[in-house]
Design a binder for this molecule. Sequence first.
Ligand code: AMP
Ligand code: MG
Length: 349
Amino acid sequence: MFRNYIKMAACGTAAAILLTGCGKESSSSGSGSESSSNRDIFAMDTFMTLKAYGDNADEALDDAVERVYSLEETLSVTAENSDIWRIDHASGKATEVSDDTITILKKAEEISEETSGALNICLYPVLSAWGFTTGEYRIPSDEELDGLLKNTDSSRISVSGNTVTLPEDYQIDLGALAKGYTSDTIVEVMREHGVDSAIVSLGGNVQALGKKPDGSLWKVAVRDPFAPDTDMCVVEVGEKAVITSGNYERFFTGEDGKNYWHIMDGKDGHPADNGVVSVTIIGDSGLESDALSTALFVKGYPEACDVWRNDPDFDMILVTDDKKIYYTEGLEGSFQNISSMPAEVISLA
Ligand code: AMP
Ligand code: MG
């Protein structure tokens, strides 16, 4: 089973347990044997595991790892001279950026429209006020948040060709979608090298290419948001992305004893608290699934179900704050509940 890997905590000390490495192994299946190679890297503040099967696996993985580091440089909000850093520091002037950035910005706009603004890449100043960008956590006042929210209207991002213009005092970050785009890219690099069976986990965001070498489906475990060291369910998938947003991934406990997490509701600038604690999207595109996981976390339950019913080209697993699991009907037969929480199907009708 391909397990989710622990997402990096926001604080720097956890980086000390960084693992990097690569390996090769031979495995046998009923129909023969196939060698696999893997790479464990740390990029985008996240432990990543890439595994590929077949003859071209090693060179494909080397290329993929290079692409990941290059995307990290392009998409980082903090690295000086990344596309995003230059957009954020352009003081209202137009900035020329890469095709990668444009693709992500367009998807962000599309999913933002589809979810009535729940996905809003302009909330970076709000995330900063809470300390999620530095690890110096605090609870900002409502006045401070109201002031910051004035500069978060995402319809004011202007994209023309490869040029992006942002009003002065605006800042964007692509944290909600960058890893999904990265896993799409890894899969694409694998394909270019003729690899037809591979699986990657980017801090718990899993994406598969093809099926397992023996022709069977991949088993992907999804974490229990109430006990993140354990899994709550397993889904069997083919060539899909399985991407989760959860309130346990990055949070701090305030002096008031409450937990405050990293996914913000643009309506009030507070951590989104609309009834769900984790949202897993199972879809064809990593980028879209990542955008949706964050957006539907903000939407909450039952609104996330309305978004799905309007355009059910993906599946999802929601966990609500009253400890119930809901999963869409497309997962019937491939969803296995291994938790003590009750699980209910969300149907289209
Ligand atoms: P994810 O783990 O994919 O749900 O992404 C969470 C990250 O997206 C956060 O760490 C922020 O960088 C960013 N973010 C937080 N809230 C929002 C939001 N409402 N819309 C877009 N991005 C957000
Ligand atoms: Mg996301």
